[in-house]
Design a protein around this ligand. Sequence first.
Ligand code: FUC
Length: 752
Amino acid sequence: MNKNLKIIFNQPANSWDEALPIGNGKLGAMVYGTIRREILQLNEDSIWSGGPMERINPDAKKYLPRIRELILKGEVKEAEKLALYALTATPPSQGHYEPLGYLYLDFNVKDDKVEKYKRELDLERAVAKVSFEIDGVKYEREYFASYPDNVIVARLKCSKEKGISFSAVLRREKEKYVDRCGHIGDDTIFIEVFNGGSQGLSFCGMVKAFSRDGKVYSIGETLFVEDATEAVLLISSATTYRHSDYFEHTIDTLMKAAQKGYDKLYKDHLADYTLLFNRVDFHLESDDKNKHELPTPERLKRLQEGEIDLGLIPLYFQFGRYLLISSSRPGSLPANLQGIWNKDMLPPWDSKYTININTEMNYWPAEICNLSECHLPLFDLIEKMRQRGSKTAKEMYGCRGFCAHHNTDIWGDTEPQDVYLPATHWPMGAAWLCLHIWEHYEYTGDTEFLKSHYETMKEAALFLLDYMVEDKNGYLVTCPSLSPENTYILPNGDRCSLTYGPTMDIQIITALFNKVIKASEILNLDFDFAKKLKEALAKLPPVKIGKYGQIQEWIEDYEEAEPGHRHISHLFGLYPESQITKEKTPELFEAAKKTLARRLSFGSGHTGWSRAWIICFFARLKDGEMAYKNILELLRKSTLPNLLDNHPPFQIDGNFGATAGIAEMLLQSHNGIIEILPALPPEWKNGYIKGLKARGGHTIDIEWENGELKKLAITPGFTKKVVIKYKDKVAQLDFEESKSAFVFDSSLEIIN
Ligand code: FUC
C-alpha cells in the first residue's frame, strides 16, 4: 500500500480553504486546528432552507406552442422573451443548503509559545490530527467522522496529567439563526432551529463530552471540560428530513456512541472506512522520495514554480476517493456542489445539485474507482425527482414520463431554476442522470437494481419521445432547449441561447434510448416500447462537423459568443459517453480533438470542473501527455491549499472529475474492450494502480515500468468473455474456462 497519503500543514488554518474536511456522508466538519480557539465548521447534509415548493409556471403549457414556433422559425429573441415569462418557474429559485454551524473550543493555553505544530489529514485512516507543544507539554487532537455511529468524534490528549481545560459552544453565523439552545444534563449542549417555509425543516446539533479524569459540566449554552488528561467530544445532528423526532434521535445517537467508548468507535470507523478506501492502491515512482513530508501548500507552490512532484498525483486521486466516501454513503444525500462542506448561509450556487454537468461529474469516479456503494445516494434522489418530474412534464409540457431542468434539491425539485437564459430552459437533467443507473448496472451486473430502476429510465425516455418535435428537415429535435450554458450568434447578430436539437441533447438521447433498449432486452420486457425508441433513434439529427473542423455545438454551424466557454457539452459523446471513438467514428474523433484545441486556445478550463472534464477528454483521446498537462494546470491554478477544487470559489466537482480522469488515463472499458494504460503520460515512467474496476465488474491491477506494461492481473467480474487491449495488442479471454484471475507479465505476449 502506498503509505504517503497525507495532506499536511505546519500551521493552523487561516481560512476555510486551509481547513481539513472530514465526513461520513451525512455529517461533515472542517478542522481548523487553531490553538486557543479551535474551530470545527459543521454540516449535516439535509439542512436546507425552507421545504419542498410547487413552482410550476401555470402559463407554461399555454405558451409552449408559440415558443416552439418562434424558435423553429428563427425568431429566437422573441421566443426567449416569452420563455422568460412563461417557462421560468414561479418562484424562480429552489431552496439552498445551509451549514449546521460552528463548534468553538476555547482552551486555556498560551498560543505565543507553540512549537512543533503539525496538522494533517491522514487519508488512510480518515483522521484529521492536530499536534503541538507548549512549554514542553504535548497536545494532540484527533478527529474523525464515523459512518457506523453517525457521530463526529474528537479526542483531545495532553502529555501533562490533567493538562486540558476548555469550554465548548455551538453557534451559527454571527450568533444568529438559532431558535433554541442550552444544555441537557451536565455533559451535553444543543442548538435547535425551525427553518421556515410552510413545510420547512427543523433540526438540532449537539455535542456531548466525556473524560475519564476531567470535570464535565455545563452553564447556559456552554459546556466545560476541566483538568482532563484526555477528553472526548461527540458531535451529531439530525433534521426532520429524516427524523420527526430529530431531537430525541440525536440524544439517543450520542448516548449510544458514548456507551461504545472511544476505542470501539475508532475501531469501527477504521474497519468501515478502510473496507472502501483500501480497494484501490496507486503509486507513481518519483525521484524525490521526501516530498511527501512537505506541507501540502508548499508542494503546490513548488509545482506552480515548475518543480515536478509525481507523488501529488496519487495523493490528489486518493483524496478524490476519500471525499466521495466522506460525502456520499448509503442513506446519505448525494454529494452536492460542495460535497457536504459548506460554511455559508447562502452558499455559491446554493450548494445545490446542478445537473447540467456538476452532479454527474461528482459520480464519474464512483464505479471505476471501486466505490460503487457511494453511487447509491444518487439513485435515491433520482427516484424522488421522478415523482416531481412527472408532474413537471405533464403540467409544463403536456408530456408523459418525467423530466428535470438544470438543478435539483433534496426534495427532488424538477422545475426550471433561475432566470438565466443560457441555462434555465433545458429539459435534459433527468435523462442525463438516468444514464448513471445504466452505468451502475454495467459495473455491478446487478439485474435486481436494473429492474427496480428500469421504469425510471423508461420514463425519462418517454418524456423525450413526447417532448421532441420534427424540424424542417424531418428530424426529431428537443425544442426549446439549449447547449449548457453557452450562447451563439445568429447571422443577424442576435446573441441567443434557446434553440432546438443542440448536439448534447442528441447525444444524451442517443445514449438513453440505446440503454433503455438494452435494459429491456436484459430484463426481457417492454419490446414495443423499445421498438418506438429504435424508430425515434433513426430520426435524430446527425452530429455534424463545422467550419473550424469542430464538432458542431448547435444544429446550425453558429458562431459561438464565447469560443473559450467552460462547458464543452458537445463532447459529451466523447466522455462520459463513448459514442465518439477512433475506431467507430474516426472523423468525429478528429473533430473532437479540434473542438478541444479550439476551446483551449480561447482559454477554456478556467474553472476547476471544466479543467477536470478536459482531463477526461484527453484520456479518451488517448493523449496522456495533454491529460497530464491539464492535471498540472488543475493543481497549479484551480486547487486550494487543502487540495479542494477551486471553481473559484470551492466546488467539489473538479476533485471528482479529475479523479475519474486519472483513472480513465490508466484504464478504459467502454465499447466492450478493456484497454490497459490507454493514456499513460511519458513522465509517469514507473508505477502501479491496483483495484480499479472495469465494466463487467472486473477488478484490474496494472503495473508498468519504463512506460511499458509489466504486469496485469484481472479478477473476473460477472461477464465471462473479455476483450483486452494494450497498445495494438488484443486478447480474448474466457473466464468460464479458466475461472481464475488472468495474469499477464512482460514475458508473455498477448495473442493477437
Ligand atoms: C454551472 C456552471 C458554473 C458552476 C455552476 C454551479 O452552472 O456553468 O460554472 O459550476 O454550475
